[in-house]
Design a protein. Structure first.
Length: 559
C-alpha cells in the first residue's frame, strides 16, 4: 500500500505529538528480505550492517534472549487465546500444514492431504520419522488426541479456528481423518496456526489442566522452565528434523538456547536491547524505530500483522448511533490520516478496510474513498435534528449528543492517544466524547455500555469477520461482535464465505461485506499494525510468518 500525505487538520491537543516527528532520528539504508509468508518484510539497519549480513553464514551455538511485551497465559496451544503465546508455541510445537500465502498451504507434519467432495472430511498422511520431546512417537493417535482435546474442552483460539470440527478417526498408524459437521473452507488455515501445534498425547494426559506449565511438542526447542512474569527458557532439541518448508535450516536449531524475557514497559524493553541485556525485543515504539535503524549495532525487522486492522467499532444498538447518518457523521469527522501520521511517524500504514491488505479478499477499491468532510458531517447531524448550543455541543430534546468511547488500558500501540485525538476532532462537530479508559472492558461490553470500541484481531483467513459480525457471535456468547450487529443478509454472506470452495467467489463475498461496513459506517479502520523487532546486528536469520509472528528456525548469532 502506498504511503499517503496526512491531512493538515491538527488539534491543539496533538501539538506535542507532532513535535516528535521533527525530532525523530534520520532513517538509514533499507534492504528487503523475503518473509516466510512470501511477502516482503522489512529488515533495516545501516547499509554496512545489511551488506555484512548478506555474507554471514549461520554459526552453531549461543543463546538468544528475546524480550516479549506481555506474558503468555499458558503454553498449551490448544487452550490459549493470546497472540503473544503464539510467538512461543512455534518453537515448542509443529503443525500439520504451513500457510505461506493467502489460500496457499504446504506440507509440514502432514506430508499430504485430501478433502472429500462434500468438504466434510479431511484425510492427512503423516510423517513417519518424528518424535515428541518425551520420546512418544508422532502418529495418527497423537493428532486424534489433539482433536479430541478440543472437542472435550472447547478452550482457546484453536477451537474457533477449526470451526465445525465434529470428530476424527485413525485410519492407520500414519493416516488420520478430521470430520466436519458442515463445509468450512478456513479449516486448513486453522490447523496451520500455532494455536493448533500438536502436543504430546502422553504429556497431555499426564499433566491434564497443568499441561500449559509442562509443554511437550515436536518442535526445535524443548521446554526447560517458566518463571511467571519473568522468563521462559527453552533449549535446543538435538533430534529435530521437521521444520516447515520455508525454513532453510532442515535440522536442529543453530542456537543452544532460546530465552523469552517478559518486559512489558516499552522504554525498558528497547533499553534492554540497546544496553545488550537482551539480543532482540518485539513491538518497538514508532518513535524509537528510526534511532535503532540509524545505529550500526542494531537492525529492525518488520512485518504486517494480518487479520483485521485496528478499527473503531460502533455499537449499532446504542442510540443515536443506531442511525446510519449519525455514524456517517463521525466517520467523516475523524481525520484518520492525521492520527496515523502523528502517532506512528510513517511506520504504520493507514487502514482503509477492516481486513488487512495481506489477507484473501481484501477490498482495495475502498482505498481513498472516505476522506474528512466536516461540512458534510455537520449537515448529517443537522438533518437528524441535533442543534449546536451555546457551549459548542449539539443537543436534541434537552439531551446532549454524547458518544461513549471505551478503550482498554494500558496504552497499547498508542490506542489511548487515538481516543484523545478522536475526542478533540469530534468536538469540532459538536459531539461530546466521554472517554472511558479502563482495564475492565469485558463487563461494559457484555452490558452494551459503550458507543465506540477499538480493537484488532489476528488470523490468516477472512473468516475472521464471522466472529466480528455474525449475529450468533455476540460477546456474551463467546464471540467478538462488538458492533452488536444482527443483519440476516450479513449472516448469509458470512456463512457463504466460509462454505464457498472457490477462492475467487470468496473474494467477492468478503469484498461485499467490507463495502457494507464502510457504506454503513459500522467500523472506522485506523491503522495496520506493523510488528517490529529490534535486534543486535549479531542476530541473523529472523523471519516472519503470514500472521507477522517471528520464526526462529534459521536464527544464529555471529561471533
Amino acid at each position: 500500500m502506498k504511503k499517503r500525505l496526512a491531512s493538515t487538520f491538527v488539534t491543539s491537543v496533538t501539538v506535542s505529538l507532532l513535535l516528535a516527528v521533527f525530532i525523530a532520528g534520520c532513517s538509514s539504508g533499507k534492504a528487503s528480505v523475503q518473509s516466510s509468508a512470501g511477502k516482503t518484510a522489512s529488515s533495516e539497519g545501516s547499509k554496512e550492517t545489511v551488506s555484512a549480513a548478506a555474507e554471514t553464514k549461520p554459526v552453531q551455538g549461543g543463546e538468544l534472549t528475546f524480550a516479549l511485551a506481555t506474558s503468555p497465559e499458558t503454553l498449551n496451544p490448544l487452550a490459549s487465546g493470546f497472540a503473544v503465546s503464539h510467538r512461543v508455541f512455534r518453537n515448542i510445537y509443529d503443525s500439520l500444514v504451513f500457510q505461506d500465502a493467502p489460500g496457499s498451504f504446504q506440507p509440514w507434519l502432514a506430508t499430504s492431504w485430501t478433502k472429500s467432495d462434500d468438504g466434510l472430511t479431511y484425510t492427512f498422511k503423516l510423517r513417519e520419522d518424528v518424535k515428541f520431546h518425551d520420546g512418544t512417537p508422532f502418529n495418527a493417535e497423537a493428532v486424534k488426541a489433539s482433536f479430541d482435546y478440543l472437542l472435550a474442552t472447547s478452550k482457546g483460539q484453536a477451537r474457533a479456528l477449526l470451526g465445525p470440527l465434529a470428530g476424527s478417526k485413525v485410519v492407520d498408524e500414519f493416516t488420520v481423518e478430521a470430520q466436519l459437521s458442515k463445509r468450512f473452507e478456513p479449516f486448513l488455515s486453522g490447523i496451520s496456526s500455532g494455536f493448533f501445534g500438536i502436543p504430546s498425547p502422553k504429556a497431555l494426559e499426564e499433566h491434564g489442566d497443568q499441561f500449559g506449565k509442562h509443554p511437550v511438542g515436536t518442535g526445535p526447542f524443548k521446554f526447560v522452565k517458566w518463571t511467571e512474569n519473568s522468563e521462559i527458557v527453552l533449549e535446543k532439541n538435538p533430534d529435530y528434523n521437521s521444520p516447515p518448508p520455508i525454513a532453510e535450516n532442515k535440522g536442529p536449531s543453530y542456537l543452544d538456547k532460546l530465552v523469552f524475557k517478559i518486559i512489558p514497559e516499552e522504554a525498558t524493553r528497547i533499553g534492554s536491547v540497546q544496553s545488550g541485556q537482551v539480543l532482540a525485543a518485539e513491538t518497538i515504539p514508532p518513535q524509537n524505530i528510526d534511532a535503532v535503524k540509524g545505529d550500526a549495532r542494531f537492525k529492525v525487522g518488520q512485518a504486517i500483522t494480518n487479520g483485521t486492522a485496528f478499527s473503531l467499532y460502533f455499537n449499532t444498538q446504542s442510540a443515536p448511533w443506531d442511525e446510519v447518518k449519525a455514524r456517517q457523521a463521525i466517520q467523516l469527522a475523524i481525520d484518520v490520516d492525521m492520527i496515523v501520521k502523528t502517532l506512528y511517524l510513517g511506520h504504520y500504514e493507514r487502514a482503509w478496510s477492516t481486513l488487512t491488505p495481506g489477507i484473501l479478499g481484501y477490498n482495495a477499491t475502498l482505498e481513498n474513498q472516505i476522506q474528512p468532510d466536516l461540512a458534510k458531517a455537520n449537515q448529517l447531524l443537522d438533518e437528524l435534528g441535533w442543534q449546536t448550543g451555546s457551549d459548542g455541543y449539539r443537543a436534541k430534546d434537552g439531551k446532549k449528543l454524547t458518544l461513549k468511547y471505551l478503550e482498554p488500558s494500558p496504552n497499547r500501540e498508542k490506542r489511548n492517544d487515538i481516543a484523545v485525538i478522536v475526542q478533540q476532532q469530534l468536538k469540532e462537530i459538536g459531539v461530546n466524547v466521554e472517554l472511558n479508559i479502563t482495564k475492565d472492558t469485558s463487563t461494559l461490553i457484555s452490558q452494551g455500555d459503550y458507543d465506540l470500541f477499538g480493537n484488532a484481531q489476528v488470523k490468516a483467513d477472512p473468516d475472521i469477520l464471522t466472529n466480528l459480525l455474525h449475529s450468533e457471535r455476540q460477546f456474551t456468547t463467546g464471540g467478538t461482535n462488538w458492533p452488536r450487529l444482527s443483519d440476516p443478509n450479513i449472516d448469509r454472506l458470512l456463512e457463504s464465505g466460509y462454505s464457498e470452495p472457490d477462492a475467487e467467489k470468496r473474494k467477492v463475498i468478503y469484498g461485499e461485506i467490507q463495502h457494507y461496513l464502510s457504506d454503513n459506517a459500522i467500523t472506522i479502520p485506523i491503522y495496520v499494525f506493523s510488528y517490529t523487532v529490534a535486534q543486535a546486528s549479531s542476530v541473523e536469520g529472523l523471519t516472519f510468518d503470514l500472521l507477522g509472528y517471528p520464526l526462529f528456525y534459521d536464527v544464529s548469532i555471529t561471533k
